[in-house]
Design a protein around this ligand. Sequence first.
Ligand code: CA
Length: 717
Amino acid sequence: MRLIIVTLFLFVSSIARSQHKHDKVFFENSLMDSHYYYSKVEYTGGCWIKNTQGKLPVSEHQFFTPGNSLELLYQPSEGGTWKASVLHHNIRGIDAFNEADYLSFWLYIKSGTEKASLPVVSLLLDDMRESQHANLVDFVQSFDLDSWNQVRIPLTTFFTEGTVPVAQINGVQFSKGAASENEGHLYIDQIELIPGMRAAVVLTTPPQLTSAKGYERHIDLTWKKESNPAIKYIKVYRSTDGKNYQPVGIQLPQISGYSDFVGTHEGRIGYKLTFVDHEYRETEFSNVLTASTRPMTDDELLDMIQESNFRYYWEGAETNSGLALENIPGNPTMVATGASGFGIMAIIAGVKRGFITRDQAVQRFLKITDFLLKADRFHGAFPHFLDGTTGKVVPFFGSRDNGGDLVETSFLMQGLLTAKQFFNGSNKNETQIRGAITKLWNEVEWDWYRKTPDSDFLYWHWSPDQEWIINHKLIGWNEVMITYFLAIASPTHGVPASMYYTGWASQSAEAAKYRADWGKTTEGATYTNGNTYYGIPLAVGVSNGGPLFFIHYSFLGLNPHLITDKYTNYFENNRNIALINQRYCIENPKNYRGYGDDFWGLTASDGPEHYAANEPNERGDEGKMTPTGALASFPYTPEASMRALKNYYRNYGKYLYGYYGFRDAINLDINWCSPIYMGLNQAPIVVMIENYRSKLLWDLFMSNPEVERAREALGFK
Ligand code: CA
C-alpha cells in the first residue's frame, strides 16, 4: 500500500539529499489568515501574549513581504514569562540548506513600544534544546518606530562553544526580556538563516509581464522566465484605480506565473512586477498589464481548472527530462515516474483543450522518450524517483528503495500507452515516439517481478543489490489494479491472467491478513465486501472504501465501465466508493470545520507534518481535505464534484488556488493549508475531468491492442 510504504519510509528517508540548497526559512507568509500553524506561544503569571489557539496572529495589514507578517503583542510582568516560537516546516524534497552566518528577520516596532520591552531571541535545536539568548535591543540598528528594518544576529551570539549545523536549527523563539515591564507591539516577517556573503550580482533588468487574464475570481499573470540566481522573489503589485499600486504577493523564481485571487471584483485591475534580490533590493517596475474578472459557465470553470493543473506538468516539468516533479515547491530535479505517467495523460488532455498545440506536445514527448530510454531501469521497471538531470535512481524513500518500482512503472506505462495511441501520425516524429514507447513497454519484465515462476503475486520492488528485501506483495483492493492489468497485457513478459484472481483479488488467508492489517478491520478483507455504508452498497473494497486515489490512479486509462469481474462492475463500485466518501463528509462524525456536500473527498495528500492517506472513517479522518479527492471523481459523481469545485475555488480559493491549480490539501480545523502542489494529485484532476467530458484518455488507452487482448484473457468482454 502506498500509505504503508509512505509511513514506513518517511522516517528512514532523507538519504538522498538534494544538491539544491536553500536558505532555511522559518517564516515568509502564512497561507491562512488569522494565525500561523507553525508557531506556538506560552505565557505564565501576569504575562500574556496575543494568540489564537496557542498560535501567533497573522497580520495582513502590516507586512514586509506581501501578503502578511506575524504579530507579537505582549504584556510583560514581573511575576511571569511569555514565549513565542516560530517553527521550521519541512517541505517534502527541500532538505538541503545553505550554511548560514546570521539569523535575519524584518522587524516593525509599533509606536508606544519601549526599548526595554523588546524581547530576547533564541534558536530552538534538535532534542528540544535551546540556544543562548540574544537581546534584540542590541541588534536593532536604530530604534525606528512604525517602519520595517532588517535585524541580523550573528549565529555566534547564540553559541559560545562552536557553531551548530543549520540542519539542527528547528525554530526561532522570542521571549520576555529581563527588564521589560510595559506592553510591546511588534510585527516580524521573513525569518531566515542567511550567509554573510553572497556572490555580488546586481539585478538591473526588471521583469517582463507577458499576460494578465481574468477568470471568475482571480487573475492569472505570466512573465518571461528568468533564471538569474540573484532573484529571490518576484514581487507582484496590484492597482484597482490605475494609479496606486500595492504589493500583494511574492512568487518563487522557479514559477513564472501567479494567480491573484481577488474575488468578484468589478472593473479593470492593473499589475506590475519587480525582481527582489537576496538583500531585498528591488528592480524597477515591469510593464503594466490589466485584466478583469468575469462570470464563468460550468464548462469554462472546467477548462480553467484543467488548464491550471495541466501547467504543473507543462511549465512546471523538470527541465532536462520534461517529466513531472514529485512536488512544487520541492526538489527541482527529482522526477516522480508514476506522477509523470499521470502528467503525460494531462498533457494529452491539454492538446485536446487547446492549451498547447499537438506539435508542442510532440516536441515534449520526443524529449520524454529520449530521456526514459537512457534512464535507469531494473529488469525494465523504472524506479519511483529519477534524477532528471542524470536519469539515475534516487532512493528518496530509503536505501532499500534503490531499484525498480513496478507500481510506479505501471502508472508510467498507462500514460505512455495512452500517448502511443494519441500520436498516431505517420510523420517521422510521431513514428519515433511510438517506436520508443513500444520499446519501453516491451522491455518491462513484469514476469520478473513475480519473484518465483509459480508465485500467485506480483512484487512491488526489486533492488539490484538487495533484491527482494522490501518484499511487498501486490494485493488489492487499492491503486494497483493497473499493475496486474498491464502485467497480463504485456506481449513480451506477460503473466497469466489467472493472477488477477490469485494476486490482485486474492481471497487467500495471507491476502485477507494483509488487507485487515492496513484497513484495521476485516470488512472487505477477502476483497469482496458486501456491506452497506451510509446506505450505499459496497461490493469490493477494504473498510468502507479507503482513500479515493484507489478509484483514480488505475482508472485514468482503464475505463471502469468496461471492467466487470466476477464480483462487480468497477464504474458502479468506484462511484459507490465516491458516494460513501461524500456521505461520510456530510455526516461529519468528527465535526470538522467545512465538511459537507461541497467539501468532501478524503484521500492521500501532504499533511501538516507529512504525507498521509485519509479515508472516510473516524480512524482515517483527521480534518484534512484534499481537492483532488472530489475533483478526480468527476466521471463518477459529476454534480457532487462540481459543487466541491465551486466551493474550493470560490470560498477557499484565496488559500487553495494557485498557478498550478489547487494546492494539495487544507485543514480548516487547525487553520493549515499545504504550500505544495503534488505530482500525484494535480494530473488526476485534469485527466478525470477530461474522461468525464469526452472519455478521451479512456478511449485512447483502451484502444491499445494489448489492452483489448488482456480484457479478453480476463473474460471482461
Ligand atoms: Ca511576509
